[in-house]
Write a protein that binds this ligand. Sequence first.
Ligand SMILES: [Zn+2]
Length: 178
Amino acid sequence: MDWKIERIRERCATCEQPFRHDERVRSAITTDEQQRAVRRDLCGACPPPGGPSTVWWETRWQQPAQRKKKVDFDRLLRVFEAWQKAPPKDSDALLYLITLLLVRKRFLKLVDLVHEDGREHLRLRRPGPIETWYLAPAPLLQPSDLPPLRLRLEELIDGTIEDDELQGATDAATAVGN
Ligand SMILES: [Zn+2]
């Protein structure tokens, strides 16, 4: 796994203007030229990236940067739904972790495990006035896959996944027999 971790973002990814304290910054999870998921932080003057798999949000840039940020699970759900329609390349393991975190937080209900096209998928249901059904990949992960995957997800969603959240997610995976 060779992705670059860039935790300190001090300038706009497009125009390279340094961010000022309390400036409105748009962050987006989008795809790069290789169609891989990346995060881009942009100043208010630069347009947010488009595309069907893009999810963006706005924050005020803080100096010094906050060390720990809570995971925004609504944002995570938006990423999940965007990636249902247009998954970035090589995103199966990431999407799987996102799915398990959302199951643990009860944003999604795990229904069962199904085989489709020779691969395992989780069948999920989103409770609510209009029930929505989803299918998400369930690749076989080794325990050693988790730390880099967690870092990659924290980088993308701009939040810190707590140990108990991660543990709960992996328990959900065990419960489904994967
Ligand atoms: Zn800019």
